[in-house]
Design a protein around this ligand. Structure first.
Ligand code: NAD
Length: 399
């Protein structure tokens, strides 16, 4: 079949297996071009198929030589429907990992459920015995509570009052103004239930109760802060409340893990184009300006560069002081994004940006390209006019 992108707004319903595989190969090549990481041995990545979770898995495998179990929620191809990008990514990742003799096993299902937690624990018991790193990198719009069955939906809204600011349609590069009405109390609670720390805590408790956490285990979850421009919609909005809850959970978990001398951290990562961040109003315009400024200053990074730096220069340097935690005990791998010289420049451009000048003063075309690359499109190395087989199997799921 010839596969073209089918998209509407920030949703793309097709994915290209060769393009996704190319993307994964490039990430692996980057990690191999860097030094080895004296990292973890047995790693569980929850949310392992795209974005920061996939990059974490690649660094753990090809940087540290770790065995990995990856949990995610993806769809395989059926008939003429392509698989999701995360499915193709994982098929390519597992194949590359196995070719080099690395253990890599995947579990496809709802990570919020007790069933998937138990299935994962069984697999750890059977194959690895214990885990010494748990990466929690879920991003989901919905969660079914495992005990009550209640369905929670997260929203991206300001709190207290309506918020108006510039935004961009990254397909047409049109800059407009958007107003988002404030969230209700229930929407705030639901967003915390989906993207807060409750499920991370449930995972860690389940793993601890099962006795599969190694002495000195580390767990890390990902957060975001960002600049003043996006605070009303992000950090001080509904999703920010969920991140507050996630960050508070790290402290609770460090207590929970005292018995195995474990540590729980939150790493604040850089804003990047992923399926999740493209969906947030205002943020794509900020990212387009940010990328332009960071590229000009030679500071630009993608998910793989961010995760390599997190592992090699923060988590596994062999010295606790190298974590450079902030006053709220968070790892800051967004340090380059938040540099004063970067933020001052972005703020200046933010005031100037409009439809007529966006292509000159921002990296909007790169944003759009990065968006399509998430689904395996827009790689000049791939011939998109060629017939491809949409079926790809993930070796560990086919066994
Ligand atoms: P992403 O959308 O690329 O990845 C989400 C992952 O979660 C995928 O592997 C997906 O399969 C999995 N997933 C979703 N629902 C699931 C479910 N019910 N069961 C199992 N797996 C499920 O997201 P991302 O942007 O890499 O975000 C990961 C984390 O990083 C989030 O906490 C996010 O807030 C944070 N973060 C993102 C950015 C950014 O700019 N993208 C910046 C800083 C922090």
């Amino acid at each position: 079949m010839i596969i073209k992108p089918k998209f509407r707004g920030f949703i793309c319903t097709t994915a290209h297996p060769e393009g996704c595989a190319y993307n994964v190969k490039e990430q692996i090549a980057y990690v191999k071009s860097q030094g080895k990481v004296k990292g973890p041995r047995n790693v569980l990545v929850i949310g392992a198929s795209t974005g920061y979770g996939l990059a974490s898995r690649i660094v753990a495998t090809f940087g540290a030589g770790a065995k990995t179990i990856g949990v995610f929620f993806e769809k395989e191809a059926s008939g003429s429907r392509t698989a999701t990008a995360g499915w193709y990514n994982t098929a390519a990742f597992e194949q590359a990992a196995r070719e080099e003799g690395h253990y890599a096993v995947s579990i496809n299902g709802d990570a919020f459920s007790d069933e998937i937690k138990q299935q994962t624990i069984e697999r750890i018991r059977q194959d690895l015995g214990e885990i010494d790193l748990v990466v929690y990198s879920l991003a989901s719009p919905k969660r079914v509570h495992p005990e009550t069955g209640e369905l929670f939906s997260s929203v991206i809204k300001p709190i207290g009052q309506a918020y108006t600011n510039k935004t961009v349609d990254f397909h047409s590069a049109e800059v407009t103004e958007v107003t988002i009405e404030p969230a209700t109390e229930q929407e705030i609670e639901h967003t915390i239930a989906v993207m807060g720390g409750d499920d991370w805590e449930r995972w860690m408790k389940a793993l601890q109760d099962a006795g599969v956490l190694a002495e000195g285990v580390v767990t890390v979850a990902y957060s975001y802060i960002g600049p003043q421009i996006t605070h009303s919609i992000y950090r001080e909005g509904t999703i920010g409340r969920a991140k507050d809850d996630l960050e508070a959970t790290a402290e609770k978990l460090t207590h929970l893990l005292e018995g195995v001398a474990g540590q729980a951290y939150v790493s604040v990562n850089k804003a990047l184009v992923t399926q999740s961040s493209s969906a947030i109003p205002v943020v794509p315009l900020y990212i387009s300006l940010l990328f332009k400024v960071m590229k000009e200053k030679g500071l630009h990074e993608g998910t793989i560069e961010q995760m390599y730096r997190l592992f090699a220069q923060r988590l596994y340097t062999g010295s606790a002081s190298d974590l450079s935690l902030d006053d709220r005990n968070r790892i800051r791998i967004d340090d380059w994004e938040m540099k004063e010289e970067v933020q001052e420049e972005v703020a200046k451009l933010w005031n100037q940006v409009e439809t007529d000048n966006i292509r000159d003063i921002s990296d909007i075309d790169a944003f759009r390209q990065d968006f399509f690359r998430l689904f395996g499109f827009e790689f000049p190395q791939i011939n998109y006019d060629e017939e491809v087989d949409v079926q790809r199997s993930i070796p560990s799921l086919a066994e």
